[in-house]
Design a protein around this ligand. Structure first.
Ligand code: HEC
Length: 91
């Protein structure tokens, strides 16, 4: 389970998994439509991936990405991006 604002996954595993994501998601804020993933609050990030996985959020690309991820993968990605956000001086 996920503690408030904090993921319980393994950030090292998350970093490994994130290689796939950064093919599309930029490392920094741009004026494009795809957000850098570290910018998203942890709870929002986890909810968004679960919603793509369940089909509640309709984006074919992200549905395919999310359906390949288990809860452990999602939480590890969330932990990695939360660390990245701290490094970048966010909250
Ligand atoms: C092939 C390109 C592509 C890849 C690979 C990809 N994404 Fe995405 N992602 C998108 C697009 C396009 C959107 C915007 C979709 C929408 O409008 O719903 C998005 C949206 C998201 C959102 C919601 C953002 C928001 O502001 O609500 C999350 C979270 C997300 N992606 C996570 C990931 C993760 C985690 C990975 C890697 C496991 C990943 N994505 C890989 C293209 C990609």
């Amino acid at each position: 389970m996920v503690a408030e604002g904090r993921a319980e996954g393994d950030p090292a595993y998350g970093e490994y998994l994130a290689n796939e994501c950064t093919a599309c998601h930029p490392p920094d804020v741009t004026d494009g439509v795809i957000p850098p993933l570290w910018l998203l609050p942890t709870d929002y990030f986890i909810d968004a991936l679960r919603a793509y996985r369940s089909g509640e959020r309709e984006n074919p690309v992200m549905q395919a990405v999310a359906r390949a991820l288990g809860d452990e993968e999602i939480e590890s990605l969330a932990a990695y991006f939360a660390d990245l956000r701290e490094q970048k001086g966010g909250s």
